[in-house]
Design a protein around this ligand. Structure first.
Ligand SMILES: Cc1cc2nc3c(=O)[nH]c(=O)nc-3n(C[C@H](O)[C@H](O)[C@H](O)COP(=O)(O)OP(=O)(O)OC[C@H]3O[C@@H](n4cnc5c(N)ncnc54)[C@H](O)[C@@H]3O)c2cc1C
Length: 295
């Protein structure tokens, strides 16, 4: 399909990109990997007057450790994060989720910032960011802001970003020792968006769960944290009975949509199964990591 004609800007620094956003505000769209935006343009579902292509802003790419966080530049490609030793060791839940995004060709262009700014609730990274309480670093012309993940996702493909702001970095907390993770999902075919997915992280100390984190993808128009199930898990020892209870608590609070991929009831059933599977896998890896004194 032919793209509509649009004014094109290609800044090479963050400051230039932010100045262009300040000038054009909601007339502009930021172009990152283009894996979501270009199809939206082709289908006329997005109609910006100006495209601000940030692929030349090299300072927005890269991974660095800052004060107990792993800071990932917004333009870091999904495959770069997937191949990063720092991501694998410091944010294992992110490392577990990345290979599940689309296909390699998508991940070679798609960016961490693009995926989280697009905020598709069926995507893997929004659930990971919410589960881990990631922070979103924004830069506007006047000042910067840092937004916690709990406030970032505001509705269908909608975030707390203002039109004049650029997402520059996402900060993920470094996993504590004794942490095990799992990202489980059900999709019709490899590479498809999942029907339902679950990001799970468990930290164990002395065989007891000290920090349980669960967030669903695909059950609402935003990723959904399973706070009641987390509260039920914390302070307990992992067991099949406990995980059954957590599955009941996690799915009691969700009201998934129905569409051609499945009914609301089907999605709820998948969600319960994913909770049990993901908790078992996360607990097994947490137990191994506790024994070896690592995460
Ligand atoms: C066939 C196919 C299969 C896919 N499968 C999956 C999947 O299974 N799971 C999944 O999660 N995703 C999937 N995706 C989407 C993929 O992960 C995209 O890469 C991602 O959603 C968007 O990232 P991008 O860098 O391409 O962003 P773009 O498409 O360039 O931008 C997306 C949106 O974010 C905005 N934006 C981008 N960067 C910034 C920034 N720094 N600051 C402010 N706004 C910004 C853009 O303006 C636009 O509105 C799939 C895509 C395709 C084409």
């Amino acid at each position: 399909m032919k793209l509509p004609s649009v004014e094109y800007e290609a800044p090479t620094t963050t400051a230039e990109a932010v100045a262009l956003l300040a000038e054009h505000q909601d007339e502009a769209s930021v172009l990152a990997g283009g894996q979501s935006l270009i199809p939206l343009l082709a289908l006329r579902l997005a109609r910006p007057a100006v495209l601000i292509d940030i692929n030349g802003v090299t300072e927005l790419s890269g991974v660095s450790r800052v004060n107990g966080h792993l800071a990932i530049g917004a333009m870091t490609r999904e495959y770069q994060a997937e191949e990063s030793a720092a991501v694998a060791s410091d944010v294992p839940l992110l490392a577990a989720a990345l290979p599940l995004i689309g296909h390699e060709a998508i991940r070679s262009r798609g960016t961490i910032g693009g995926s989280l700014a697009h905020a598709d609730a069926a995507g893997e990274l929004p659930a990971v960011a919410l589960a881990l309480d990631a922070e979103f670093v924004l830069r506007g012309r006047a000042r910067g802001r840092v937004i916690p993940a709990a406030d970032w996702f505001q509705g269908y493909l909608t975030t707390a970003r203002r039109p004049e702001e650029l997402l520059t970095e996402i900060r993920f907390p470094v996993a504590a020792p004794g942490t095990g993770v799992a990202f489980q999902e059900v999709a019709r075919r490899h590479g498809d968006f999942a029907i339902v997915g679950l990001a799970a992280s468990l930290t164990l100390a002395g065989g007891v769960i000290t920090d349980a984190r669960l967030a669903f993808s695909g059950v609402a128009d935003v990723p959904v944290r399973a706070a009641e199930a987390e509260a039920l898990l914390n302070g307990e020892r992992p067991s099949a009975e406990l995980f059954d209870e957590a599955a009941r608590a996690a799915t009691a609070g969700i009201d998934p949509p129905a569409d051609l991929h499945g009914s609301a009831e089907y999605r709820k059933k998948i969600a319960a199964t994913l909770v049990r599977r993901a908790l078992r896998a996360a607990a097994d890896s947490a137990e191994r990591n506790s024994a070896q004194g690592r995460h």
